[in-house]
Design a protein around this ligand. Structure first.
Ligand code: NDP
Length: 329
């Protein structure tokens, strides 16, 4: 049956200006790192994307290596786009990235001009697109001159294959250097994609100051700490969870008693706020005024809906913030 998006899709979501650019992003964005690979059931992928779009989540985040196997999340997304969303391309913000290992040899990772331009061409083919909205350098490269990497991003924007460019995982000082170079080239850095959650506050102060000063937007990944900051692990490790699966970055050993104790205490605060822990964790990252959008992952439609519902309670009392700090710091 042909998918028809909900007519009320823009009635509840809020769009936030991305830094000082002309682009606005939904406060919740959906990432396809996990659960959208060639090994995953496409019907479930399709349902999550439909539901997200129905809720006004217009931004879908990919990377060349998302899968498994690498590249297959872009293929999955391309199939869904072609079948269901081709008439809505202008309502979508689609991003992809290059930086991590993608193909063998010296030209398949990091930040050379050779790699970035070839990788984006491959991503566009896999998704069946003429352009992406945002193209990111996925991680800093300690060897390639930053000028080469930023020139490649500038070239990509000028070629029309990406409308905007961004960086991910760059530290504060390198972000400032990258931003200066991009400004000189005439293609400002639209957005930075760092990790940020109740359990990982490294961006506060240093990076967030640079982003504010430079007028760069901030979309934070893994705001749920890959599922830890939800009710998923309160009573053990479910076999269908990210930590329960082999080959993921959320290792069983990392779910210690100490962490679970903190998660339970955070869960108590969430319950008092009338939220699930996932909702409170998302509300908390969005409470930081520098954050443009919370980039979540999901394995089920219900998780997309849960994340969306966090938007109805974004305020925290001083007392709640103090209590949260006592638990996590
Ligand atoms: P999250 O921290 O949001 O974790 C998502 C996982 O949490 C889901 O797969 C699910 O796990 C669980 N979950 C989500 N919602 C709920 C809920 N309501 N209740 C219970 N459990 C829930 O984000 P990700 O780590 O998936 O990262 C999000 C996106 O960020 C990625 O898809 C990618 O686009 C981007 N990213 C970027 C990186 C970069 O270097 N730039 C690095 C990593 C991610 P389960 O499968 O167990 O159900």
């Amino acid at each position: 049956m042909q998918y028809v998006p909900s007519e009320s899709r823009y009635s509840k979501i809020r769009f936030v200006r991305c830094g000082e650019s002309g682009l606005k992003l939904p406060q919740i964005s959906l990432g396809l790192w996990h659960n959208f690979g060639g090994v995953d059931a496409i019907e479930n992928c399709r349902k999550m994307i439909h539901r997200a779009f129905d809720l006004g989540i217009t931004h879908f985040d990919l990377a060349n290596n998302y899968g498994p196997p690498p590249g297959s999340a872009e293929e999955t997304f391309g199939k869904i786009l072609k079948k269901d969303l081709r008439n809505y391309r202008d309502e979508l913000i689609i991003s992809t990235k290059a930086g991590w290992d993608m193909w063998p040899g010296p030209y398949g990772n990091y930040g050379s001009r050779k790699y970035l331009i070839a990788s984006l061409d491959q991503s566009l083919k896999r998704m069946g697109l003429e352009y992406v909205d945002i193209f990111y350098h996925h991680r800093p490269d300690p060897e390639t001159p930053l000028n080469e990497t930023m020139s490649a991003l500038d070239h990509i924007a000028r070629s029309g294959k990406a409308l905007y460019v961004g960086i991910s995982q760059y530290k504060a000082e390198d972000t400032k250097r990258a931003s200066d170079l991009l400004n000189q080239l005439g293609t400002p850095c639209l957005i930075h994609q760092p990790r940020y959650s109740l359990f990982d506050r490294w961006i506060e102060g240093g990076l967030t100051n640079v982003l504010s000063e430079e007028g760069i937007g901030c979309i934070v990944f893994s705001p749920l700490e890959q599922g830890l900051l939800t009710n998923r692990y309160l009573n053990g490790i479910p076999s269908d969870s990210r930590a329960g699966k082999e080959g993921t970055f959320l290792k069983k050993e990392s779910i210690t008693e100490e962490k679970i104790l903190k998660i339970r205490k955070l869960n108590d605060i969430a319950v008092k706020r009338g939220q699930s822990l996932a909702q409170m964790s998302i509300s908390w990252v969005l409470h930081n005024p520098v954050v443009t959008s919370a980039l979540i992952g999901a394995s089920k439609v219900e998780q997309v809906e849960d994340a969306f519902s966090s938007l109805s309670n974004l305020d925290f009392s001083d007392e709640e913030l103090k209590r949260i700090d006592e638990i996590i710091l």
